[in-house]
Design a protein around this ligand. Structure first.
Ligand code: FAD
Length: 436
């Protein structure tokens, strides 16, 4: 049962006493105009299901994710066994319809799960995001019923690990500059190229590739000069020529997630593994980028909340010159600015999340907008937390240095800040009524 926000305007005689007024009233002389809210509305967990989800993931994060986070970051290891427990909790297909083994929840639920996991372990949360949003949600939204039946149940339990491969060694922001090509050959497409920076691209240290990966490739091989035709293929481990080029090591942050280069060497992909119509994947891509950006921004919220809590507590407990640190104006500025910027990002994100329809594209200005704001907000909050903690902030034991390293990724992955600037400006020029 959801909590329904109910706001109404009523013109009421001044003599009438209204028992159900819970908020405030505005008086424009007479008659009185009352604004009241019948039921409370929680922007961040609007329904009972959202609340239960947040509590469940928060408990799991505290008991299972937090204790292993530091070590997996230090060793650059993905915790596959813990990841599979997310399947037992029903989280791996959070937006996948229950007919295919998922939880059938909405974009906002995905934000909640990712925000909570990121509080303790953003690297682990990134692996979760790549699997559940970039791969499983993408299949749920864009693939055929047969493809959904084949891949989604295994992705939802965690039996298979999924990834999405768009970026390449020579094409990131300029995604249409991709070089991976698909050429028809009998009943197959032969897929050739390299994909770079693929989260979950490998699942272990032995170079085992993701069980299933959604690969974007050019299918307009005639170079007709027209816009690139992009087609999506479902590649799985049963197909020859699909392998890991390298596990990318020594990353600044997100070290608890595996990042890999994937190689496709004339991979014979059956036609039935083509998602949608050949050459028509730009819409899939755009639609999935919206939920990707929103959930990446949710990661920023989790990191910022943790850093803010740490600096707030530390500034109260630590003293200098006979006072708690939080009595000093410069420290107060770090804490207060972090708090309000975090709150502003959280309100923006949940407002966008609540209105994001996973089935259609068209939310780009705000999915880009919220990531643009939240990414830098979180990086700055983590930076201020290190500053407030002084030398202690600079070492792993106090967590904020790890969060600071992880937070930087959100300014690059899933679209750079500069890409968001470009998209937002373009969209506002096209549609000035977005500014209201
Ligand atoms: C840890 C990690 C995980 C990732 N996971 C995945 C994944 O699972 N799947 C996947 O497909 N990709 C993934 N990526 C790739 C990520 O999405 C890209 O790194 C990102 O899109 C940027 O592309 P690039 O690195 O090629 O940089 P480039 O596109 O080469 O950009 C370099 C710089 O130039 C700027 N620039 C480029 N074009 C313009 C322009 N027109 N105007 C102004 N500035 C411009 C960029 O903003 C940036 O500052 C991951 C990356 C990392 C680091």
């Amino acid at each position: 049962m959801g909590f329904v926000a109910h706001i109404a305007l009523h013109i009421i005689r001044p003599t009438k006493v209204c028992q159900d007024i819970t908020r405030e009233y505005i008086c424009f002389s007479r008659p009185l105009l009352y604004v009241y809210s019948v039921q409370p509305f929680d922007l961040f967990s609007p329904t009972e299901e959202h609340k239960m989800l947040r509590d469940t993931v928060r408990d799991f994060t505290k008991s299972e994710v937090e204790p292993q986070a530091h070590e997996h970051d230090r060793k650059e290891r993905f915790n596959l066994s813990l990841f599979k427990k997310l399947g037992e909790l029903g989280l791996l297909g959070i937006t996948v319809p229950d007919t295919f083994g998922g939880a059938g929840m909405d974009a906002l639920a995905a934000c909640i799960a990712i925000e909570e996991l990121s509080y303790s372990d953003p690297g682990f949360a990134l692996a979760y995001l790549a699997h559940s949003i970039l791969c499983a949600n993408n299949i749920a939204q864009n693939a055929s019923t047969e493809q959904k039946k084949k891949y989604l149940p295994k992705l939802c339990t965690g039996e298979w690990i999924g990834a999405m491969a768009m970026s390449e060694p020579n094409a990131g922001t300029d995604v249409l500059g991709m070089e991976t090509r698909a050429v028809q050959s009998g009943t197959n497409y032969l897929l050739t190229g390299r994909k770079m920076w693929i989260t979950n691209g490998t699942t272990d240290e032995q170079g085992t590739p993701a069980d299933v990966v959604l690969v974007y490739a050019r299918s307009d091989i005639k170079d007709s000069g027209k816009k690139a035709e992009v087609t999506t293929f479902l590649v799985d481990r049963s197909m020859s020529g699909y392998s890991v080029g390298q596990k990318i090591v020594d990353k600044l942050g997100m070290r608890a997630s595996n990042t890999a280069e994937l190689v496709f060497d004339k991979v014979p992909v059956p036609k039935e593994n083509l998602v949608g119509e050949p050459g028509h994947s730009l819409l899939h891509m755009m639609k999935n980028l919206e939920i990707e950006r929103l959930t990446l921004a949710a990661m920023s919220l989790g990191m910022a909340r943790r850093a803010l809590e740490i600096m707030n507590r530390y500034a109260e407990e630590r003293s200098a010159f006979g006072n708690s640190l939080n009595r000093f104006g410069q420290i107060q500025r770090h804490i207060a600015e972090s708090y309000v910027e975090y709150k502003a990002a959280r309100c923006y994100l949940y407002e966008v999340g609540r209105n994001l329809n996973l089935a259609v594209e068209g939310n780009r200005v705000d999915s880009d907008g919220v990531k643009l704001f939240a990414a830098t907000m979180a990086k700055n909050v983590c930076d201020k937390a290190i500053q407030v903690l002084g030398g202690y902030g600079y070492v792993g034991e106090y967590t904020v240095e790890r969060l600071w390293r992880d937070a930087k990724l959100i300014e690059i992955g899933g679209g750079t800040l500069e890409a968001h600037h470009k998209n937002i400006t373009r969209d506002l020029a096209k549609n000035p009524s977005l500014i209201e």
